[in-house]
Ligand binder design. Structure first.
Ligand SMILES: NC(=O)CC[C@H](N)C(=O)O
Length: 318
């Protein structure tokens, strides 16, 4: 048993993070994200009874960016089942999130669904047979359903900002199209991709949205069944190995949980059987993962004994 209450631990972590001078660098390659104040921090822990323990800027909406890739993977698995793995691998890339180098050697098949190339291929799958607007509406509805909150929205300014500057993602998508891995028109696929990356949520909503991953595919509070237990296990495995790009090993080493980051500074982490956790701080480390978000999760798992690799709870030492 942890020696302190979760409420105390979460509040102390938020206070420490608010005071730290090292805040990382906000992403500027999407100009709209470059305008976000780096002095923000939030943590939310969603528990199986439906309650959420929050501290910091928990009610502030932020751009979830690549955290959305967990949910598009979930949707695409529902549509295509395990055939999905013919189009996208499930190995860590060891490369930056927007790298193109492996695609040439590997027949245009991205290493995993969480790097940009892989997520673009997944978006193509979701788009099949639909208009971009319909596919996007389905992704947004799914997020609102999981968060149990209709205020989740798409930040059009962020989407437009990335649309104007997304040359790298256009290169990835065109390269895959050349290999026949992308079926739909590249601009349709990217339109949906840029917009699902621009989904805006609060930490409280994001923690709630991840609950099914911590509880065998179901949300115990609402009774909603999202995926099978088997599928939740698989998604968690890919999050653990690939969720932080070339920082995935470091995240597993320090935090010890399946997790997915985004360049908006959000991270969703899963504590199997116990909780779904969202943290947000906009400043990033060299791999494009939230600098203070990762440190906060490291504190949380150490103090609560929540690493999946089994160390017991700290005796109250922060
Ligand atoms: N790592 C991220 O969050 C990247 C997502 C961003 N929309 C991009 O495609 O570059």
């Amino acid at each position: 048993m942890p020696s302190q209450s979760l409420e105390t631990v979460v509040a102390e972590i938020a206070a420490e993070m608010a005071a730290r001078p090292d805040r990382g660098q906000v992403a500027t390659y999407i100009p709209e994200l470059g305008r976000v104040d780096p002095n923000q921090f939030a943590i939310a822990v969603a528990l199986p009874d439906g309650s959420v323990v929050c501290a910091g800027d928990c009610a502030t909406f932020f751009s979830i960016q690549s955290v959305s890739k967990v949910f598009t993977l979930t949707l695409a698995l529902g549509l295509a089942g395990d055939r999905l793995w013919n189009r996208v691998g499930r190995e860590p890339s060891g490369s930056r999130f927007n790298s193109i180098v492996q695609l040439e050697h590997e027949r245009g098949i991205p290493r995993n669904p969480f790097i940009n190339a892989g997520a673009i291929a997944i978006t193509d799958l979701i788009l099949s047979g639909h208009k971009p607007r319909e596919a996007l509406a389905e992704i947004l509805r799914f997020m609102q359903f999981l968060a149990d909150d209709d205020s989740v929205y798409i930040d059009q300014a962020v989407a437009a900002s990335e649309e104007r500057t997304g040359f790298n993602n256009r290169a990835l998508a065109n390269f895959m199209k050349g290999f026949g891995v992308i079926e739909n028109p590249v601009e349709y696929v990217l339109g949906v991709y840029f917009h699902h990356c621009a989904i805006a949520m609060t930490c409280r909503q994001l923690a709630k949205a991840g609950t099914f991953l911590a509880h065998l595919g179901k949300n115990p509070a609402t009774g909603n069944s999202v995926v099978t237990a088997e599928r939740a296990k698989r998604i968690n495995a890919v999050m653990l190995t690939c969720g932080h790009y070339d920082g995935s090993g470091e995240f597993a080493y320090r935090v010890g949980l399946p997790g997915k980051s985004g360049v908006g500074g959000g991270i969703l982490a899963v504590v199997p059987g116990k909780a779904s956790v969202a943290v947000w701080s906009p400043g990033l480390d060299a791999s494009g993962n939230s600098h203070l978000g990762r440190i906060a999760l490291e504190r949380l798992t150490a103090r609560m004994g929540w690493s999946i690799f089994g160390a017991p709870a700290d005796m109250g030492v922060g």
